[in-house]
Design a protein around this ligand. Structure first.
Ligand code: SAM
Length: 233
C-alpha cells in the first residue's frame, strides 16, 4: 500500500517514518510512504500557498491550486486516482474501523493544512475530510502520521510477532484492550494478579475479558452506549 503526504513540512515527518514498525513495514515492501512539499505545486514562482480569507477575518487560508496540482501529480505517479483525505478538525472522526477500511486501498493521499485551514474547494475534491479528535492542532502533519500508523498496522505482516493487533483496543468491537503485566512479579508492593501466573488458559482468558469490559465501563462508557462523565483533571 502506498501513502502520499502533501505538507508544508515534509522534514517534520521524515524522522517519524524512519523508525520502528513503519520503517520495518517499508523495508519489507508492505508499505511505501512518499512525502511531498506543497510549495513545489504552487503556481506562484515564490512558492506562496496561502492568501487572505474572502469575507475578512484573522489569519491566512491555504489556496486550493497547490493541493489540486499535488493530487494530479500523485495520480500520474501511481497510475490512477488515489483515495484522497483532507486532514481537518471539521472532518468525520477517525476510528479503528476506518483504519481497517483504509488499509484495503492501494494508494491513499493525505493533505495537511496549516494556518486557518484550507480553501473549502479542497474538501470538495477530497474523498474524505478526516479529524483525529475534537481539538485543534497547528497542522495536519501529526494527524497524517496518526492515520498512516493506525492504517498500516491493519495490513497483514506489518505488526510483527512482538505485538498483535487482534488483541488491541477497538479491534474486535467497542471494547478496550485488557491490562498487561510483565516481570517482576512484585514491584514496590504491587503484585501481578495471581490468575496470570496460574497457567490455566481458560481462567486467564475469562480474567482478561472481564478486565477489558471493566476498563471500558470505567474509561469509555460511551462505547457501550452509556453516558460519559467529564473526567476530572
Ligand atoms: N480553522 C480551522 C477550524 O476551525 O477547524 C482549524 C485550522 S488548524 C489551526 C490548521 C490545520 O491543522 C487544519 O487545516 C488541519 O489540516 C489540521 N488539523 C488541526 N486539528 C486537526 C484535527 N483535530 N484533525 C485533523 N487535522 C487537524
Amino acid at each position: 500500500m502506498r501513502f502520499d503526504i502533501v505538507t508544508l513540512y515534509p522534514e517534520m515527518l521524515r524522522p517519524f517514518f524512519s523508525q520502528g514498525v513503519l520503517l520495518g513495514a517499508q523495508e519489507k515492501g508492505l508499505i511505501e510512504i512518499q512525502l511531498h512539499d506543497l510549495r513545489v505545486f504552487s503556481p506562484d514562482p515564490r512558492g506562496i500557498v496561502d492568501d487572505r480569507p474572502f469575507g475578512g477575518g484573522a489569519g491566512m487560508v491555504m489556496r486550493p491550486e497547490p493541493f489540486f496540482r499535488a493530487v494530479d501529480a500523485i495520480s500520474q505517479e501511481v497510475g490512477g486516482r488515489p483515495f484522497v483525505i483532507l486532514l481537518s478538525a471539521q472532518g468525520v472522526r477517525f476510528e479503528q474501523g476506518l483504519a481497517k477500511r483504509l488499509a484495503r486501498h492501494r494508494a491513499v493521499t493525505l493533505l495537511c493544512g496549516r494556518y486557518e485551514g484550507v480553501d473549502e474547494r479542497v474538501a470538495g475534491m477530497a474523498d474524505l475530510e478526516l479529524s483525529i479528535g475534537d481539538y485543534v492542532l497547528a497542522g495536519g502533519e501529526l494527524p497524517a502520521a496518526v492515520v498512516v500508523e493506525a492504517t498500516a498496522r491493519m495490513i497483514p505482516g506489518v505488526v510483527g510477532r512482538h505485538a498483535s493487533a487482534a488483541t488491541d483496543s477497538f479491534y474486535q468491537g467497542p471494547q478496550l484492550g485488557f491490562p498487561q503485566y510483565t516481570r517482576p512479579r512484585t514491584f514496590r508492593g504491587m503484585r501481578v494478579p495471581e490468575v496470570l501466573l496460574s497457567g490455566d488458559h481458560e481462567r486467564i482468558r475469562r480474567f482478561r475479558m472481564r478486565e477489558a469490559w471493566r476498563k471500558t465501563l470505567r474509561h469509555r462508557p460511551d462505547l457501550l452506549g452509556l453516558r460519559l462523565e467529564a473526567p476530572t483533571t
